[in-house]
Design a protein around this ligand. Structure first.
Ligand SMILES: [Fe+2]
Ligand SMILES: [Fe+2]
Length: 157
């Protein structure tokens, strides 16, 4: 059975390009789709607790890292204003997301992304992302240690 959170992002869950996020990783070894899903879910829960807009929080959280890799000029912090959130922002904008959702995507990388979150939902997504990436590292550590210490050191080689 779908949760209420799932209902808010139902159209996005079946979007082919969003599904493609399963093919990339976030924060070491976490599936990027799973990272986005977890951030959206926590954002949704925080929005409920803090009386924010649950649809904005759920969708912005789920779409905040909608990108498949960095463009070469965006890999380094030469220009922090051109980092990965720009790609996610553009994808969500092309999909027709609401400006409040786009703002939360744009600002989730603060302070590196320069622009300060200005809405309650944007702060919620920011907070959820920072909690979830710590969990991503923890989950990744469990994956690599399960695969053995040799894998931990040598990777796929
Ligand atoms: Fe991000
Ligand atoms: Fe993220």
């Amino acid at each position: 059975m779908s949760s209420r959170y799932d209902l808010f992002i139902r159209d996005l869950l079946s979007h082919p390009d969003v599904q493609e996020l399963h093919r990339t990783t976030a924060h070491w070894r976490r599936d990027r789709f799973d990272h986005n899903y977890a951030v959206g879910q926590l954002s949704y829960r925080l929005a409920t607790a803090f009386h924010a807009n649950v649809v904005v929080a759920a969708r912005a959280g789920f779409l905040h890292d909608w990108y498949h890799g960095h463009a070469p000029e965006r890999q380094r912090f030469v220009n922090a204003d051109q980092h990965h959130f720009r790609i996610a922002h553009q994808a969500a904008s092309q999909y027709g997301e609401h400006p409040r959702i786009l703002h939360a995507i744009r600002t989730h990388f603060w302070p590196w992304g320069r622009t300060l979150p200005k809405t309650r939902e944007a702060w919620i997504v920011w907070m959820a992302d920072n909690i979830i990436w710590l969990d991503d590292i923890w989950q990744s550590l469990k994956i690599v240690t399960r695969q053995g210490f040799g894998y931990f050191i040598f990777g796929n080689a």
